[in-house]
Design a protein. Structure first.
Lengths: 227, 348
């Protein structure tokens, strides 16, 4: 299938496309410049893949958790493009995409994914590779580093910038079960696309309007009655 | 030319379809007032989260009401600023990628330019040049408008916007948030002459023709008065009436002075406070005495809406041959001075 994938859940601006079996992608650190960069990057990746916008059959997007603004850029671009072309969308969790991106090097395919959620917290999930897919060992959640779920067994690889921001506190919590850390690993559109391809094939694509972020942090302000 | 307009600068998601031959074909709005009510004001993150959920269904709704398909559109106009950065980004992302997907133009519009030009949606529309009084919860400005993008600032508020003052006094009187419209309703039950509130900046007008506004002193005067007496039902209504009269007096005096200074005989009133009944009646009376015309947008287009953005976008695209490029990136301008907006570049 001709598919497009975008991920702006972290500092990166990341776009990938597939034409048949072939995958094409760009992945750049963009910081605050994701909005300025994303459509130009989509244009470049489609050109490289030899696909016209009108030939895209589905769009996958990094759904979160991650930077609130980044998640809305990916969701907004996905909505706009999908509405214009009348095609379906599939959201892929950022922590799963992080595991997929980093997982090829992980010992025994066991990944603890942690993204820095700021305000002293991390977005956390744990996955174990099973054949071509991933089994969810610990569902995505928002935790203080000293309260993340402890994985059973050993040989887990800790991935994501949560391990840079809270290295010692996570090490104290997770102890011996983590054998290696990869704090530089980040979700990518390529990983989002790889995870979405079998789901598109299975007919799981949804309407464009369903492309909304998964924030996990839902308490963002105090009501008057709570002050 | 068929233009889709998208407005997401604050707490209202507005979408409309404007046709250069037939005028406004359809519009729809979702207000977040109920969402922010419990927080006593707009929470920017919650506003952004609501926009991303509401926008696409609204786009579909207006296209259906307009009897248009996506492929019939010639351009997408969206509010580029000023406003809440995260909220603006939602509209910009959807607008630009929608245009990109259709292979049509996208154009970023200044939110206040949308308000300024909104009376042009009406059958009785003003011609250029005119004086515009832009008065809302975020802005209070007098401008000389010579054409699309040709704006000269004559005066603006030095502190609170007029609508902001309405909302704050409404809160003080226990009318919730945003309580401006409720305050105006309460004022109808009151006497405007029981309390005498100051008319800020009228002295400066007489002294040196200063067309700027200030509403913080008036607000303080109301706060001070309400601290010293029991607020029974009638007193609240009288305070509301006296406060509203003071604001209307200042707005009208400055608008009349702006008409004299510029020598123009057309006044456009736009923005949420432009819906205020008392302000409209005082202005209409002054207009019939002073032999000038006042133009208002329809009540539903006084507050934020997609129709004014579609119209402003169309007027810019019509004039601007340079804006033919397809979108490849987008930026928003949360702080953006209207006087710095340039006229469309005409080919030449």
């Amino acid at each position: 299938m001709n598919l497009l994938a975008i991920d702006t859940s972290t500092d990166f601006c990341s776009v990938a496309a597939s034409r048949g079996e072939a995958l094409f992608s760009r992945h750049e650190r963009a910081g605050q410049r994701q909005a300025e960069t994303i459509l130009g990057m989509v244009d470049e990746v489609l050109a490289e893949a030899g696909i016209e916008v009108a030939q895209i059959q589905g769009i996958a997007y990094g759904a979160g958790p991650g930077s609130f603004t980044g998640l809305r850029i990916a969701a907004g671009v996905t909505q706009g493009l999908a509405l214009a072309r009348g095609i379906g969308v599939i959201g892929v969790g950022s922590l799963l995409a992080l595991s997929e991106e980093a997982g090829k090097d992980a010992a025994d395919g066991r990944v603890i994914a942690c993204l820095d959620a700021h305000r002293g917290e991390v977005y956390h999930a744990a996955y174990r590779r099973t054949g071509a897919g991933w089994e969810e060992v610990s569902a995505p959640g928002l935790y203080r580093p000293e309260a993340v779920p402890v994985a059973s067994g050993g040989d887990w690889t800790g991935c994501g910038d949560g391990f840079a921001a809270y290295r010692e506190r996570l090490a104290a919590r997770l102890g011996e079960c983590v054998s290696a850390i990869r704090p530089e690993a980040a979700p990518s559109a390529r990983a989002v696309l790889r995870l979405a391809i079998p789901r598109f094939a299975a007919g799981e694509a949804k309407d464009a309007a369903t492309a909304v972020p998964v924030y996990l942090r839902d308490k963002v302000a105090l009501k008057t009655s709570e002050r | 030319m068929l233009v889709l307009g998208i407005e997401t600068s604050c707490d209202e998601t507005g979408v409309a379809v404007y046709d250069s031959f037939r005028g406004l074909l359809a519009h729809a709005l979702h207000s977040q007032v109920a969402l922010h009510d419990a927080y006593g004001g707009v929470v920017p993150e919650l506003a952004s989260r609501d926009h991303i959920r509401r926008l696409l269904p609204l786009v579909r709704e207006v296209l259906r009401k307009a009897g248009a398909r996506e492929a019939d559109l010639d351009a997408v106009a969206y509010t580029q600023g000023p406003g809440l950065a995260g909220a603006l980004l939602v509209g910009a992302a959807v607008a630009n990628s929608f245009a990109f997907g259709l292979g049509i133009r996208a154009i970023g519009v200044h939110h206040l330019e949308g308000h300024l030009l909104s009376p042009l949606l009406e059958k009785k529309a003003p011609s250029f040049p005119f004086v515009a009084l832009l008065v809302s919860g975020g802005h209070t400005q007098l401008m000389r408008v010579a054409g699309v993008g040709d704006y000269e600032m004559l005066g603006e508020t030095l502190d609170d916007a007029a609508g902001e003052a309405f909302d704050k006094i409404a809160k003080l009187l226990g009318l919730g948030y945003p309580g401006g419209p409720a305050l105006a309703e309460l004022a109808q039950e009151g006497r405007s002459d029981r309390f005498a509130f100051p008319r800020p900046m009228l002295e400066q007008l007489e002294k040196n023709g200063d067309l700027n506004f200030s509403f913080s002193g008036l607000k303080t005067a109301v706060v001070t008065l309400t601290r010293t007496r029991a607020l029974d039902e009638q007193t609240r209504a009288d305070v509301a009436a006296a406060f509203q009269e003071a604001v209307a007096d200042v707005l009208v005096a400055k608008s009349l002075a702006a008409m004299r200074t510029t020598g123009l005989d057309r006044l456009v009133v736009a923005g949420g406070v432009g819906a205020n009944v008392r302000l409209r009646s005082v202005l209409d009376a002054a207009a019939s005495r002073g032999k000038f015309s006042v133009f208002y947008p329809a009540l539903e287009f006084c507050t934020d809406n997609g129709a004014m953005i579609a119209l402003a976008g169309y007027l810019r695209l019509k004039a601007d041959e340079a804006a033919r490029a397809l979108p490849l990136g987008f930026t928003v301008r949360p702080r953006w001075d209207l006087a710095s907006v340039a006229p469309p570049e005409t080919p030449g």
